[in-house]
Write a protein that binds this ligand. Structure first.
Ligand SMILES: [Zn+2]
Ligand SMILES: [Zn+2]
Length: 166
């Protein structure tokens, strides 16, 4: 059981129980059929390699579709033949062992807080380098630092959005 909880996890809100749940997955980039064992609510966790985003994107899951469409790039992806036969279970946070609940709730572990730290660090270092280059009148260097900083910030922002469903 503890090995199960050592896996990567993503938060999924159970709409049946109206409570915060977590699913523990071997590979975040594989498609998963997710069931809440408490109330039977069903959802999915799928991944678009083009957009590098994941989420509950299988539409009308009660009708057992065999494909899904990425909301960003509109690519249609087939689901594996045994998709619905191999569900992963959602654990309500209230039902998790205390130490696991502490881990999934820990702000240190959340993608958002790691992303925010990376963004402030990169932003700070990038701007410092840009200003230093400006003061040294190294215009090309300043431009390069500025563009690189922006690119890294965008990449972090994208990474942070991977598992938000917005
Ligand atoms: Zn539920
Ligand atoms: Zn996509």
């Amino acid at each position: 059981m503890s090995a199960e909880f050592d896996k990567d996890f993503i938060p999924i809100w159970c709409e049946g129980c109206n409570k915060q749940g977590e699913v523990f997955l071997d590979d975040l980039e594989q498609p998963y059929f997710v069931i809440c064992p408490k109330c039977g609510w069903e959802t999915s966790s799928v991944w678009c390699p083009k957009c590098q985003i994941g989420g509950e994107f299988v539409a009308s899951i009660e009708k057992r579709p065999m494909s899904w469409v990425c909301p960003e790039c509109q690519t249609e992806y087939p689901l594996p033949a045994l998709f619905y036969e191999q569900p992963v279970f959602l654990y309500l946070e209230d039902d998790l062992p205390d130490e696991v609940r502490a881990r999934v709730r820990s702000p240190v572990n959340s993608r958002y807080s790691i992303g925010m730290k990376l963004i402030s660090f990169t932003g700070f270092v990038g701007m410092m380098l840009t200003f230093i280059s400006l003061f040294a009148r190294k215009w090309e260097m300043a431009g390069l630092c500025f563009v690189l900083t922006l690119a890294i910030l965008l990449a972090i922002g994208r990474w942070m959005r991977k598992y938000s469903n917005e």
